[in-house]
Design a protein around this ligand. Structure first.
Ligand code: PGA
Length: 254
């Protein structure tokens, strides 16, 4: 059975104080359920502190972005070696905010993916269409091209043990959520695309849904055959809500 992953993308939110409170809530309620991975992705400057505060709680830590270069004159960037040094196990790549606000292209995202794989950090590759693309009937094509850019760079074997997150851009931070059927359709298309290259990798790869997932809608999204977890923004900043989503994820495996 595929791993179920509930990942919190905190984006550029939090202070030492608010993060300590959030983690106190999460560690008090976090359950170690077989097959379910709980992951938090704080702003890079807090990763070290978060690792320390989490102690032995069953919660993994990831970064929200990384530089594809190993080291050197790249002011403001963080390297994979640095993430490793801090004990990061995952890195979100190609989030739509990185793509739209910071100009990250499919090719750059594929480079970052390749570098993460090489460093042994699990890439969480984000893909998704804009509202205009959905309305023009281009969803599967756009998402397919985003996935294909990575397969072209690392080969299908490079996708083994990676994670994909389908995040329709129009659903991120808007309160609009893809219906379970809309999400399932895209997740199934991604899995089919992977299966055309390697059926075993396609079957094993966890595909998360992201875009206004919350405590109220998580269960029905997670009940879909090809939805293996969630990448949660806003709702990951509230311990109770995030824990409710984690519980729904654990239930979805029963
Ligand atoms: P949201 O963000 O849950 O606030 O919509 C999801 C994401 O951007 O990963």
């Amino acid at each position: 059975m595929r791993k179920t992953i509930v990942a919190g993308n905190w984006k550029m939110n939090g202070t030492s104080e608010s993060i300590r409170d959030l983690l106190a809530g999460l560690t008090a309620g976090a359950k170690d359920s077989a097959g379910v991975i709980t992951l938090v992705c704080p702003p890079a400057v807090y990763i070290s502190q978060v690792k320390q505060w989490l102690g032995s709680a069953p919660i993994s830590v990831g970064a929200q972005n990384v530089c594809e270069q190993p080291k050197g004159a790249f002011t403001g960037e963080n390297s994979l070696a640095m993430l490793q040094d801090l004990g990061c196990e995952y890195v979100i790549l190609g989030h739509s905010e990185r793509r739209s606000l910071f100009g990250e292209t499919d090719l750059l995202v594929a480079e970052k993916f390749a570098a993460a794989k090489e460093a042994g950090i699990v890439p969480v590759l984000c893909v998704g269409e804009t509202l205009g693309q959905r309305e023009a009937g281009q969803t599967i094509e756009v998402v397919g091209a985003q996935v294909a850019a990575v397969i072209d760079r690392v080969g299908i074997n490079g996708l083994s043990d990676a994670v994909i997150a389908y995040e329709p851009v129009w659903a991120i931070g808007t309160g609009l959520t893809a219906t379970p059927e809309q999400a399932q359709e895209v997740h199934a298309a991604i899995r089919k695309q992977l299966a055309q290259n390697d059926e075993v990798i396609a079957e094993q790869l966890s595909i998360l849904y992201g875009g206004s997932m919350n405590a109220g809608n998580a269960a029905e999204l997670l009940a879909q055959t090809d939805i293996d977890g969630g990448l949660i923004g806003g709702a990951s900043l509230k311990a109770d809500e995030f824990l409710t989503i984690c519980a729904a994820a654990a239930d979805s495996r029963k």
